[in-house]
Design a binder for this molecule. Structure first.
Ligand SMILES: [Mg+2]
Length: 379
């Protein structure tokens, strides 16, 4: 592998061996994620405008559009738009759906496990976005592009979902590269392309510039990133304060040394909607068993163990009730926690009347099982 290809610049850093490794970060952004998940479980939606909404419940249409697919976007139906407003743009075949966050979360967890197979350093940025550190994994941007292509192809094969991928010398550029070519895009921006890539962009597109800063920059006559770059570090610090000034100065040059950081999970869980409202212990136990096998599988895959097991019941009046128990020691064993879960379900039914509409399981209080090999033993 050749770690020294290309010209020296600020995006390269030295390893302990004094070999110059080019930094490469890949950003994955699932396309119109909530709406794509809905298309996934209901293929008849494909081709129709779909708006996934968060209803606030005050009136029938109060709330906002959370995600719309591209057919809906063509009608001008966009995320953040009030539902009543979106309906004015809707055609007869437009579908408005209530967001099912638990379902999207389940799909997301599978995708994140898949993405983890491409790098040992991954940062989940949201339910549908992640950064993968490819430094030292890909020898250059061409090879990183191959990784991006493989990742996209595998995602379609495994989950039938498309994503947009951005590859750059840092998190900032990779994130912005993924955003310029959607849906189903793959954009590679090398270190020497970074400034040109950013130059024509409105300052508001610079990831990290919020509405307030955008407005203030515009008031200073700074509309594009190129114009932002015309300001000296001192000028920006004076106008925006030391921290923000330095950040604007660096970002406008495509400089960002923020690390890709794996965030530790605090719990694993799954919730499903039951086929019919019920309080039949057999159905609840069978469902819990299947969910636990899934959840514990994920915990084990991540080399973790847990001490607390929770049963979650969402009643037919939509009230959420839980029952949990903590074990003496950390475990990652499906059978033993299935037994605990059966007790919890029995107690739950004794305590609460009414049918369950949805149910879920959760394991938390994560740690390491006694005698378990440390992750470092494998490295
Ligand atoms: Mg997305």
């Amino acid at each position: 592998m050749n770690f020294c290809s290309g010209v020296w610049n600020q995006f390269k850093f030295k390893t302990s061996l004094n070999v110059v490794a080019e930094r490469i970060v890949l950003h994955v952004d699932l396309d119109y994620f909530y709406a794509q998940c809905e298309e996934l479980r209901n293929p008849q939606l494909k081709g129709r405008p779909v708006a996934v909404c968060i209803y606030s419940g005050r009136t029938e249409d109060s709330g906002a559009v959370s995600t719309s697919n591209y057919a809906a976007r063509k009608l001008g139906i966009r995320s953040g738009m009030p539902i009543a407003f979106a309906k004015r743009n809707a055609t007869a075949d437009t579908v408005f759906l209530r967001a099912d966050l638990d379902y999207y979360e389940t799909v997301s967890e599978r995708i994140m496990s898949y993405l983890r197979t491409f790098s040992h350093v991954m940062e989940q940025a949201s339910v549908d976005e992640a950064y993968l550190e490819l430094t030292g994994i890909s020898s250059g941007f061409d090879q990183a592009a191959d990784v991006g292509m493989k990742l996209k192809k595998g995602l379609v094969e495994a989950e039938n979902l498309t994503c947009s991928v951005g590859i750059g010398p840092n998190k900032l550029i990779s994130k912005m590269a993924a955003a310029v070519n959607k849906p189903d895009g793959l954009t590679v921006i090398t270190p020497d392309q970074s400034e040109t890539f950013l130059s024509p962009m409105p300052v508001g597109k610079l990831f990290g510039v919020g509405k307030v800063t955008e407005k203030r920059l515009n008031e200073e006559g700074i509309e594009t990133v190129e114009q932002l770059r015309e300001n000296t570090l001192q000028e920006l610090k004076k106008k925006f304060g030391a921290g923000m000034g330095a950040w604007l100065y660096n970002s406008s040059r495509g400089i960002d040394d923020e690390a890709v950081v794996e965030r530790k999970r605090e719990q694993y869980g799954r919730i499903v909607t039951l086929k019919a409202d019920t309080r039949d212990p057999k159905i609840l136990n069978d469902t819990a068993g299947a969910l636990l096998a899934d959840v514990v599988g994920m915990v084990r895959k991540d080399g973790q163990a847990f001490r607390t097991v929770t049963f979650i019941g969402i009643m037919d009046d939509l009230a959420t009730r839980t029952k949990n128990r903590s074990l003496q020691e950390y475990t990652d064993d499906v059978e033993s926690c299935t037994m605990v879960m059966q007790q919890l379900i029995e107690e739950f039914l004794a305590e609460h009347g009414g049918n369950l509409r949805r149910m879920g399981v959760k394991v938390s209080n994560l740690g390491e099982k006694k005698g378990q090999k440390m992750l470092s033993d494998f490295m």
